[in-house]
Design a protein around this ligand. Structure first.
Ligand SMILES: [Zn+2]
Ligand SMILES: [Zn+2]
Length: 258
């Protein structure tokens, strides 16, 4: 089994060392993929970007069957060519495409929600996601579809298929038609309500022809590695989706029986 999403010291918001990540993963019997943040044109200069050559120089010696080297691309329409060049120019094992910024604002920020309705904000989020998923046809997996629900300032932050059916169907259908994976990001899966809202979305992905999911904790410290994996496995099972990971950009199945 692989935890396919985590951040170490090359990510602006993490100080985790490779040694600590490897040690914790070893205790849990998990393989890991490191996926550092690359958000080109981030509103704050020099934040959420990293020197890819330094990353490979530092971590290449640690690379083995259980430790793979990936990247989490913060997708924005205008940075697609530069992101593509970065990915094509290096030997990543795995590429996550994520939405962190909408209309030039990090959706982590409170100002993104002030004076706006959930319908308005979430519609913009999904519209940006659809635009990017359309352009970024070279990613391996769509990261945390429920990212906005981590930070939104509404009473009910969950994403309901019925509430945002039109953009969601287009996003899921596009990923399915390209045989892409969808990530099950485990960060929010300890919350039963969040988990239940996600089931119809992943089930719809399957109905539209989707087959594969990646499971990732998005850990920024050792204790979060492998968190809520049981819930993620059961979500995959309920929706009849196959957990996979990527090595040298090629999809591999988890071994039978785990
Ligand atoms: Zn992310
Ligand atoms: Zn992440």
């Amino acid at each position: 089994m692989y935890d396919t999403h985590m951040h170490t010291r090359f990510s602006t918001d993490s100080t985790m060392s490779m040694e600590d990540a490897v040690r914790r993963a070893g205790e849990l019997g998990l393989g890991i993929i490191i996926t550092e943040h690359m958000d080109l044109n981030y509103p704050e200069p020099q934040a959420f970007i990293f020197n890819v050559d330094e990353y490979f120089d530092a971590y290449q010696p640690c690379r083995n069957d259980n430790v793979l080297l990936g990247i989490e691309i913060g997708m924005r329409g205008e940075t697609e060519p530069d992101n593509r060049r970065i990915v094509e120019g290096h030997s990543f094992d795995y590429v996550i495409g994520s939405i962190h910024i909408v209309d030039g604002v990090d959706i982590y920020q409170e100002s993104f929600y002030q004076g706006r309705t959930k319908q308005d904000v979430y519609s913009r989020y999904f519209s940006a996601m659809l635009d990017c998923v359309t352009k970024y046809d070279w990613i391996d997996s769509l990261g945390h579809i429920d990212y906005i629900a981590r930070y939104a300032r509404f009473q009910d932050v969950d994403i309901y298929l019925d509430e945002f059916r039109e953009p969601l169907e287009k996003i899921l259908g596009l990923l399915a038609s390209r045989n892409k994976a969808m990530e099950i990001n485990t960060r929010r899966l300890g919350d039963k309500k969040a988990l239940e809202a996600l089931i119809p979305i992943y089930r719809r992905f399957k109905e539209l022809g989707g087959q594969f999911v990646t499971i990732g904790s998005d850990a920024h410290n050792p204790k979060d590695i492998g968190k809520n994996f049981e819930q993620a496995m059961s979500l995959a099972q309920i929706c009849n989706l196959k957990p996979v990971f990527f090595r040298e950009r090629r999809m591999e199945y988890w071994k039978e029986g785990v």
